[in-house]
Design a protein around this ligand. Structure first.
Ligand SMILES: [Zn+2]
Length: 144
């Protein structure tokens, strides 16, 4: 299947998403937490897909809030919320903000509002490991 490309507004953070199933079958969610709502985030994740995130030197800002399990990745240049990443035993899993990186293939879809407020910490961790996309995050060095 074709790799989908996207980037933040200024292009300092670039993503490549390899869908593991037909695009129409991938979820599109509007998380109702205060952070996601402020960004108008519409996210997808899929354990059968693969995500590659590449950030230019110094472009990546990491923000932690709430239960502090994950890093929200924001572009330090243009401020776009790109993805949230969970690191477990050296493996990274992410949910990608399709709206933030203007990923092709999701146009015209209305994200499903969803709230995770009632989850325990353990349930959050288990859900993210089970549902988020295996991810490689690369910060390029200034000499690259
Ligand atoms: Zn940017």
């Amino acid at each position: 299947m074709t790799t989908l490309a996207g980037h933040c507004h200024c292009g300092a953070i670039r993503v490549a998403f390899e869908p593991g199933q037909p695009l129409g079958d991938l979820p599109l969610r509007a998380c109702q937490c205060g952070f996601c709502r402020r960004h108008g985030a519409a996210t997808t994740s899929d354990p059968a897909s693969r995500l590659h995130i590449e950030a230019s030197p110094g472009a990546l800002n990491r923000y932690r809030f709430g239960r502090r399990q994950v890093d929200a990745l924001l572009c330090g240049e243009c401020g776009v919320y790109v993805a949230s990443v969970l690191a477990v035993d050296g493996h990274a899993f992410a949910t990608l903000n399709v709206a933030g990186v203007a990923l092709a293939g999701f146009e015209g879809r209305t994200p499903d509002p969803i709230s995770y407020d009632d989850e325990t910490d353990a349930a959050k961790l288990a859900r993210r490991q089970a549902r988020w996309t295996p991810t490689v995050l690369v910060e390029t060095s200034p000499s690259a």
